[in-house]
Design a protein around this ligand. Sequence first.
Ligand code: NAD
Ligand code: DAU
Length: 339
Amino acid sequence: MKILVTGAAGFIGSNFVFYMLDKHPDYEIIALDALTYAGNLETLKLVMNNENFTFVRGDIADRECVFNLFESAGFDVVVNFAAESHVDRSIEDPGIFLKTNILGTQVLMDAARKFGVKRFHQVGTDEVYGDLPLDRPDLFFTEDMPVTASSPYSASKASADLLVMAYYRTYGLPVSISRCSNNYGPYQFPEKLIPLMIANALADKPLPVYGTGENVRDWLYVEDHCKAIDMIIHNGKIGEVYNIGGHNERTNLEVVKTILRQLNKPDSLITFVGDRKGHDLRYAIDPAKISGELGWLPDTSFDVGIKKTIDWYLENEAWWKNVMTGEYQEYYNKMYGDR
Ligand code: NAD
Ligand code: DAU
């Protein structure tokens, strides 16, 4: 099987490449990534010499590049991870989110239609369900809920999902969509909550918690996400949406305090800062469909996963220090400078 993995130099895409090359050593993986600030070739260095892995630098919104690649390679499956993925950046500057996340997905699907694929899998997010109230722990996101959006990021991902379903209905493109909750694990860019807090705590810098810190996220260890996508592209039904999440809900404050405890750092590093605009209150996935239909269950609890993640950041300081230079410093000062 020949699989195109877009966004493979980013956090989840790279973990998916490692997972697939290990689980299916006879599969051929071609990675397409534009290497934006969030993509890093260093992340893929473990697989660069694998004869079943090829890296191509290119933009999913570049029609000529994408069509040439599809024509020359002939893919069985496309898994589209490539995206602008950070909510805060989308609030500052939505334009690139619309281009990559919507138009890029369109270009990939046009190529998939023209050259044929057995499956086009869109990696979506639970943010397209909006949010849930904090005082209704009985409510969860299910696949039949209406799509809505709070941030330009989630609006762009919701638009992409709608376009994917339109290509299925109108052109019969064999699609599937997964909508996952918050991931954490190795190689996550330190602009997202968990790696940012680990990096700041290690440097004894303030840990900027938005608002009251009571917002809830449903955390999933990245390998469990990769396992779910592997199951969907093999056995998931065409034209279907699958939610992915493992009932690991935590308030942001709980997550930050867990990190501080494990690193032996004081709670006094916690600094409450101005809230995110339009900040979603609670995400919580009902994974009954993927568990019932495909037998997916997460392997890693939050307590185990957060320890593995912190250990990884302790052992791979060079990786994250390297990506926290230049553009990152400018970004950090702009976002947190006088918040
Ligand atoms: P990331 O920001 O770490 O990585 C994104 C990757 O896409 C980078 O390597 C970047 O260089 C590449 N990219 C960006 N624009 C591109 C373009 N125009 N052409 C080609 N490559 C481009 O993101 P992530 O956290 O790994 O998320 C991957 C996907 O999973 C995204 O679609 C995101 O919406 C979705 N998702 C993420 C989470 C999460 O918690 N991180 C949860 C659910 C869904
Ligand atoms: O739910 C899936 C989504 O999870 C993905 O689609 C997104 O790509 C991914 O970035 C993530 O979005 P969130 O906005 O939930 O993740 P983030 O790590 O940015 O923030 C998690 C929570 O922590 C959120 O409530 C905001 C808060 N936060 C975040 C940062 C960066 C802080 O309190 N302080 C911070 O500095």
